[in-house]
Write a protein that binds this ligand. Structure first.
Ligand code: CAA
Length: 286
């Protein structure tokens, strides 16, 4: 399939990941249309992006004019129809297969026939998501890491029916965004989460096994294993609910006991302790 030159990028879902991806896109120079379900959520994302770009200006990594230009490239909408002119749409909505299938089916009706549809899913199957559309060759995974503006990796995921052109176009966008893209196939957890999810679950189990505090476990892994941030801080950043969901999705597919979320973290999720975003997880936040 012939793919268009990517000029206009759509991002659906402007939570932590989607707003980070939209930030990267506007900083890179793409006209960007961000879609949220309510205007309030859209504005929250704009404020978040403006905040981080503002910090870059304060640290003299960006001029005020560059920040203003970047923010000027961001259009917010609650209507999917406003994504009609996008050459690439990146989906970053809730990690529920049903919601994603519905969205992709609707996007196929809206965007041009040659537009690329990408999902930022971290644990669902890109091939299953592509099953929602009649043109699965244009569907790929673009899996960014949290926080998206800071983490260099993006996994470019080839689903069963992805075309070479769609994969290479997504790879080129990843490079243009300043990332270090890698190509991989649509296997559970792709590359990083296949390794990282069971590892983080082991860390959480060690909390109880070694009767170590969250703070000491984080010190152990930063000071003893060279991790940039400790596992408890990391799971709080990613979101306890996101981590539990990813663990369950991987366990369902791979059936290795280490993939299953430990009871402690499932209880935290059920109690609403979701990490940074809820103000409390392994740690308490202002
Ligand atoms: N968006 C944009 N900018 C951000 C940001 C965000 N979410 N968070 C922070 N920043 C900016 C801030 O402006 C910050 O500077 P100020 O505090 O001065 O405002 C600047 O980035 C630097 O932040 P830090 O000083 O905290 O930077 P650091 O050197 O400590 O590095 C880090 C931070 C890159 C996150 C590092 O700690 C790290 O690499 N941590 C590991 C993260 C990781 O493993 N992520 C993967 C999670 S797994 C995943 O995402 C997969 C999945 O599917 C769930």
């Amino acid at each position: 399939m012939a793919v268009p030159e990517i000029r206009r990028v759509g991002v659906v879902g402007l939570g932590a990941m989607g707003s980070g991806i939209a930030q990267l896109a506007v900083e890179t120079g793409y006209e960007t249309v961000g879609r949220e379900v309510t205007e309030e959520l859209g504005e929250k994302a704009r404020e978040r992006i403006a905040h981080f770009l503002g910090r870059k200006v304060e640290k003299e990594r960006l001029t005020a004019a560059e920040r203003d230009d970047a923010l000027g490239r961001l259009t917010l909408t609650t209507e999917l129809a406003d994504l009609a002119d996008c050459d690439l749409v990146v989906e970053a909505i809730v990690e529920e297969l049903g919601a994603k299938l519905e969205l992709f089916a609707e996007l196929e009706r809206i965007v041009r026939a040659d537009a690329i549809l990408a999902t930022n899913t971290s644990a669902l199957s890109v091939t299953e998501i592509a099953g929602a559309v009649s043109t699965p060759e244009r569907v790929v995974g673009m899996h960014f890491f949290n926080p998206a503006p800071l983490m260099p990796l993006v996994e470019i995921v080839r689903a069963e029916l992805s075309s070479d052109d769609a994969v290479e176009a997504a790879f080129a966008v990843g490079e243009r965004l300043g990332k270090r893209p890698i190509r991989c196939h649509d296997t559970p957890g792709f590359v990083v989460n296949r390794v990282l999810i069971p590892l983080l679950n082991d860390c959480i189990r060690v909390l109880d096994e070694a009767r170590v505090s969250a703070g000491d476990l984080d010190t152990a892994m930063t000071a003893g294993a060279g991790w940039p941030m400790g596992p408890c801080t990391l799971v709080d950043l990613v979101g306890i609910d996101v981590h539990v969901h990813a663990s369950e999705a991987l366990y369902e597919k791979i059936r290795e006991p280490r993939m299953a979320p430990p009871a402690r973290i499932v209880a935290m999720k059920n109690a609403g302790l979701l990490g940074r975003k809820s103000g409390r997880g392994f740690y308490t936040y202002e």
